[in-house]
Write a protein that binds this ligand. Structure first.
Ligand code: FAD
Ligand code: NAI
Length: 507
């Protein structure tokens, strides 16, 4: 009983502490400290993008060392791992967005932000061209920004492999607007299927939700969609319940190729129970507004063309290079053999370029294009730049002290000692180890409150799947959210969806 009382007291203290922290966090973000303006004579550090790589860099960067300028068409950071949950309203989209203004305002020294797209990098002149592509444009909406140091963290765009009809007819799942479009379309299909006198075959087509790409994006979305149907749509619109179907189309022999065999099997059997059909070895070749055409490879090696009617088509076949990245690569002869992005060295310097670094999905450093890699790369660059600034300050100090030796020869012993200690400090700082990625594991939600996890554990790997893994998935992603505000909003969304169900109104 005594233990119980202690446990109760500890829980009480924990809850009280958490509430106190949330209040303090809210107060401090509403009342930020004054920022000082960095010396404009310092180097211009231009950062492109506000995604995982760039924001991890910004978070850890001492902005007082540089004249920091951030350029991105998106004025917020997006926590992509929970984006599939926004397609069904399990999480509201603003809960996983963090305004870049909030991030910059929390820095000691202010940094500039321009909501614009970088359309060209002139590596020779060391300037970038930026363009405001938002709806509201001022008299000046195209201009140039000079840089001394440039970090390219523009991510990637959706791969379509030039397959006809994909861009015109399918939804992608990369940005907030994509998730909103999917959410609207799901309900549009449901309401259209329920339209008076709709023919049964048309109801079946409208209620057929097809996902192309069996990577983690496609799998997580298929799982979320099935949950939405089972927990909400089916209850509110029972007349279409029998026609609802989710199909996942994948060109390879299995889904989730980056997970272990055991978890692939687990995912496939869970999908079977959830009535999500998986079509493997099926390569989509053409997309029209009502059906897709795909080539199925049969076990005997024969290929067969099939037509799959759909109501909603979500295209999740991975990444392709952004035009800006292609353009930069074409200017640098050392990049001519790189196909997947900007080839970087072990310090993330773009090979063949001067003063340009690259992070995240647009960089090729030998790792998978994931948020984990991008954020570790961003944090590495912050350490590197902080060190470079310290090095420059110490070198200037050594220079100044050496000069003063000639002016005040009387203090020479003390000055020499100071020079030696500064040089020792310099050597320590200059010894920066190259970037090394530490893989913490892979996690994916597969629907029905089940998740799969391949996590690094005691120098080995731990593979697990099921309901407990789902709780782990939830707590891991909750703790990884960008801010306490995001954490609170996501937790409230989960509670709201559980108690009241997801909102099925079509915006
Ligand atoms: P991004 O985060 O894509 O950011 C790119 C930034 O550049 C954006 O701000 C964009 O607006 C900006 N930009 C684009 N063009 C320009 C331009 N011309 N000029 C200036 N700025 C520009 N990874 C995981 O590790 N775990 C997960 O659970 C996970 N879940 C995911 C779920 C989904 C639905 C998706 C789509 C991806 C997921 N990923 C996950 C992958 C992860 O999101 C990416 O690897 C990560 O976002 C890459 O970070 P980045 O900084 O390179 O690019
Ligand atoms: P992906 O590249 O991982 O998977 C795309 C899949 O589409 C491939 O399996 C490919 O074979 C298939 N495909 C390509 N063309 C096709 C066609 N014409 N017809 C049928 N299938 C086709 O892409 P995804 O899922 O968007 O992920 C991108 C990156 O983001 C990956 O590195 C991934 O690891 C990461 N990510 C990680 C998540 C997690 O850890 N939970 C969640 C989402 C993404």
């Amino acid at each position: 009983f005594r233990y119980f009382r202690w446990a109760w007291r500890l829980t009480y203290l924990y809850v009280l502490g958490s509430i106190g922290y949330v209040i303090y966090d809210g107060y401090s973000s509403r009342h930020p400290d004054n920022q000082f303006h960095p010396d404009p004579s310092k180097k211009n550090l231009v950062i492109l993008g506000t995604g995982w790589g760039s924001v991890a860099l910004l978070k850890k960067l001492d902005t007082e060392n540089y004249n920091v300028i951030v350029v991105s068409p998106r004025n917020y950071f997006l926590f992509t791992p929970l984006l599939p949950s926004c397609t069904t309203g399990n999480i509201e989209h603003r809960s996983i967005m963090e305004p870049v203004r909030q991030i910059l305002r929390s820095k000691k020294a202010s940094a500039m932000y321009y909501e614009a797209e970088c359309t060209h990098i002139d590596a020779e002149r060391k300037v970038i061209k930026i363009s405001d592509n938002s709806d509201i444009k001022g008299d000046v909406h195209v201009t140039e920004v000079p840089y001394d140091m440039l970090v390219v963290g523009v991510g990637a765009e959706n791969a379509t492999f030039g397959i006809p009809g994909v861009r015109e007819n399918s939804c992608f799942l990369k940005e907030i607007k994509d998730a909103q479009a999917i959410r609207t379309k799901i309900m549009d299909c449901v309401e259209t299927a329920g339209f008076k006198d709709q023919k049964p075959e048309e109801v079946s087509r409208l209620m057929h939700m097809v996902v192309v790409g069996g990577g983690p994006t496609g799998v997580e979305f298929a799982g979320e969609l099935r949950d939405f149907f089972d927990e909400d749509i089916k209850k509110l619109v029972p007349e279409i319940a029998d026609s609802f179907k989710v199909t996942l189309v994948e060109a390879l022999p299995n889904v989730l190729p980056m997970f272990s065999k055991q978890l692939i099997d687990y995912t496939e059997s869970t999908f079977k129970e959830e009535h999500i059909e998986i079509m493997t070895k099926t390569m989509v070749k053409n997309v029209t507004d009502k059906y897709i055409e795909a080539e199925i490879s049969r076990p005997d090696g024969k290929k067969e063309l099939t037509r799959i009617p759909y109501g909603l088509l979500v295209w999740a076949t991975g990444n392709a290079l952004r035009p800006l990245v292609k353009d930069l690569m074409s200017q640098i002869p050392a990049q001519k053999d790189s196909r997947r992005g900007l080839a970087v060295n072990e310090y993330l310097v773009v090979q063949g370029a001067r003063d340009i670094w690259a992070v995240g999905d647009c960089a090729v450093a030998g790792y998978a294009p994931t948020a984990q890699v991008a954020s570790q790369e961003g944090a590495f660059l912050a350490r590197l730049f902080n060190n470079m600034a310290k090095t420059e300050a110490l070198e200037a100090k050594v220079h100044e002290l050496s000069a003063s030796l000639n002016v005040q020869p009387g203090n020479s012993a003390q000055v020499v000692q100071e020079i030696e200690s500064t040089e020792r400090q310099l050597r320590r700082i200059k010894d920066i180890k190259p970037f090394h990625y530490s893989h913490q594991g892979s996690l994916a939600y597969i629907g029905s409150e089940k998740a799969v996890a391949d996590v690094a554990w005691l120098n080995g790997n731990l593979a697990s799947g099921g309901k407990l893994t789902y709780l782990f998935w939830r707590s891991a992603y909750l703790s990884m959210c960008f801010s306490t505000r995001n954490r609170v909003l996501v937790a409230l969304d989960w509670v709201k969806a559980k108690v009241y169900g997801r909102d099925v109104s079509r915006e």
